[in-house]
Design a protein around this ligand. Structure first.
Ligand SMILES: *Cc1c(COP(=O)(O)O)cnc(C)c1O
Length: 364
């Protein structure tokens, strides 16, 4: 790590914290945020923690016009003993740099930004909710700030980290959702930006999401953008299927976002000696597995919900009811084990947990 210092400007007042049982996702933010700027002569510089506040930015700033921006999402958890834990945060830092590379954004110093995140989380630790299933969501993102509306990579950027206390994703236990296979719109294509965590992929997904919710579905299942035959992701989660005792997930192909949860699920299954196969999966093959009774479970994986079982999948005029619309054993075991590791209720044999403690406190 470079010898960078983080300037601290503490908030004079503390905002009122929301009631734990009224927490929504991403509506309330903590007292502080981390900011760092990039310019061509200076590189990344002026790292600082300041009170959470709006900032002004030129209307011609490039991020508003051509979408050159990237983001990440991870969580901080309180353990029953009062320790603060992050789950594989170095994976998020690595992915941020992969997204940066794809969007022509200069790389960050991963160790330094992770250290800044820990310092910010420790400073705002009173905001980490302690009720069952709640956590502090961490949102790092980078925008291009050069005031110029020409189409080119920006010469100026800002990295910001904000924190938001979030409620339990499943209030009444984990429940299967209804999914519609999307046959018209695509999220991305191979060679596009699907592998990168960038806002444009989300903008491209809204229309399909809106239409499927109107029809009573929770999310869409995305197919490949070329042939619309092969399964890619479910909503903004990676997707898994248990067929005949083996677990399948689409192989990373250039348009699928590589989830930290996806990677952890694969490792856990291998640890349990459950065969995991990463390969191209067509909707037709999945449907045949459903018809012959070998499709046992389906679920999405991501930081927000961890595991989201799929109870019903609608494809063209066919409805697949998976595991009678109930949460299957592998889905439940994965959910329980991952969340117990994240919340420090179970031993972590993988070295996934990164503790935030007094060593991350602001020394001033
Ligand atoms: C963030 C994201 C995921 C899940 O990644 P995790 O690291 O597991 O949270 C999956 N798909 C898309 C499109 C995403 O943006």
């Amino acid at each position: 790590m470079e010898e960078w210092t983080i300037e601290i400007n503490r908030s004079a007042t503390k905002k009122e914290k929301p009631n734990t049982d009224q927490l929504e996702f991403g509506r309330v933010f903590t007292d502080h945020m981390f900011i760092m700027d990039y310019s061509v002569p200076l590189g990344w510089h002026d790292a600082r923690i300041i009170p959470y506040q709006p900032f002004s930015i030129d209307p011609s700033a490039m991020t508003f016009h051509y979408g050159q921006s990237v983001f990440e999402g991870l969580k901080a958890y309180y353990t029953p003993e009062g320790n603060i834990q992050l789950f594989r945060p170095e994976k998020n830092m690595q992915r941020l740099n992969r997204s940066n590379d794809r969007l022509c954004i200069p790389p960050i110093d991963e160790a330094f930004v992770l250290q800044a995140i820990k310092q910010l989380v420790y400073l705002d630790k009173d905001w980490i909710p302690t009720a069952e299933g709640t956590s502090l969501y961490i949102r790092p993102f980078i925008i291009s700030t050069e005031p110029f509306i020409g189409v080119a990579p920006s010469h100026q950027y800002r990295l910001i980290v904000i924190l938001s206390p979030v409620g339990a994703y499943y209030k009444e236990g984990i429940n299967p959702v209804k999914i519609a296979v999307e046959n018209q719109y695509v999220r991305t294509v191979k060679g596009g930006t699907g592998e990168a965590k960038t806002g444009g992929n989300y903008a491209a997904s809204l229309k399909a999401q809106e239409l499927c919710s109107q029809k009573g579905f929770t999310q869409v299942l995305w197919l490949d953008g070329v042939e619309k035959k092969y399964i890619e992701e479910v909503g903004s989660m990676n997707v898994f299927f248990k067929i005949n005792g083996k677990v399948y997930t689409p192989a990373l192909n250039g348009s699928i976002l590589e989830g930290v949860t996806r990677n952890s699920v694969i490792q856990l299954l291998q640890h349990w000696n459950v065969p995991v196969i990463e390969e191209r999966i067509s909707m037709e093959v999945l449907y045949q597995a459903y018809l012959d009774g070998s499709l046992e479970e389906a679920f999405g994986t991501g930081t927000a919900a961890v595991i989201s079982p799929i109870g019903q999948l609608s494809w063209e005029d066919k409805d697949l009811y998976i595991n009678d619309g109930k949460t299957g054993k592998i889905s439940r075991d994965l959910y329980n084990t991952l969340t117990r590791i994240q919340y420090g209720k179970e031993k972590d044999p993988f070295g996934w947990i990164d503790i935030v403690n007094e060593a991350n406190a602001v020394k001033q």
